[in-house]
Design a protein around this ligand. Sequence first.
Ligand code: GDP
Length: 446
Amino acid sequence: MAFEGLSERLQSVMQKLRGKGKVTENDVKEAMREVRLALLEADVNFKVVKQFVSRVRERAVGQEVLKSLTPGQQVIKVVDEELTRLMGGEQSELVQAKRPPTIVMMVGLQGAGKTTTTGKLANHLLKQNHRPLLAAADVYRPAAIRQLQVLGEQLKVPVFSLGENADPVQIAKQALVQVNDEDCDYLLVDTAGRLHIDESMMDELKRMKEVIQPDEILLVVDAMTGQDAVNVAENFNRELGLTGVVLTKLDGDTRGGAALSVKAVTDCPIKFVGMGEKMDALEPFYPKRMSSRILGMGDVLTLIDRAKEAIDEEKAKELERKMRSQSFTFDDFLEQLEQVRSMGPLEDMLSMLPGVGKMKGLKNLQIDEKQLGRVEAIIRSMTPAEKQKPEIINASRRKRIALGSGVGVPEVNRLLKQFDDMKKMMKKFSSMTKGGKKKKKGFPFP
Ligand code: GDP
């Protein structure tokens, strides 16, 4: 997982401070020494580390912190605020031109994820009821045009192309005409990358910029490449003037250096982060939330956003009613399982809960996604009647279900038992919440 090492180390430094009734200047110094090492190890640019640590130290040894009632907490607050500021402070949104179309140039080196991100951004815009047109101007990477066309078909978004032999600037220029013809309000141009930064690429991009006058030039960089990503950003920004950066592959185990240094080094905000290969794996970048995640304070807001996207509110209400009236069936269970899985890997979701990183038992918990797959297979091997009324599942039915789903009978038994326990628990909860008196005893649900 991204930031894992950094997160662990910072949390252990913060943990030492947290409980202290009194924090001395020396404690702060010692803590900052460890923060400095942790950041350097995470591949954060050394100048950025130096500035960051000196800012935090200056603020943390201030009287209002050391004399406060909870000095340890105050230092953590300072670190959180400075980390947030380091990553850009406020969220930086995608520009929308006053008069459509909004023109976005997607630039970057080969393999960074530019074409994929162009598709993801179109998907993001579709969800906001925009009508994007994609222009396939990456004529250098073999198959990039076809890749964009496939993504366009998948998303049902038009893709403009003039083939591989056309001049990328001409492609972009003609796409601009097409935008009006197709009645689109965003034009996303997938430009041609190269393996390394070279003059001909920059010249081409500059010419394109000149001709289409983009509202936004987004650089796509691979977070896994650490400081290289920051150097690439610096170069592109100097030559072309970027309006934002998209950091891809943040779902991998990058140490995090790029995410923490890009803004400070280039002054370009990170606008989005790529969290996977699928079209919905693009998230707006929120510095505050990212800082909370790194410091182990959770990121409940992102979790809520994901839930909002994955879970239909009407269905959730219906589910609650079913739970209360105990008419919850395996069909409902399956549906719920699918919704939860569409929110992303469970491990990822757990990491967004405050304090989970610190729980020893959970830290080494490898969530077995395959196990969920087996649960799904078992349920799918049941007949409609069995799903509605699991109590009819006798020994021979259990055997058949086990055969059908490719698991052993004990696994089927376990699931049935768990389902039964869950229903009993729901019954208990709903009877407890019926009486107002019991609620007062501190029962946690409304
Ligand atoms: P381009 O040459 O810059 O256009 O690169 P592509 O869009 O073809 O992406 C290169 C590879 O990176 C592909 O295999 C993508 O699926 C993968 N990729 C892109 N973004 C992400 C991401 O956010 N996470 C992960 N895990 N893979 C990504």
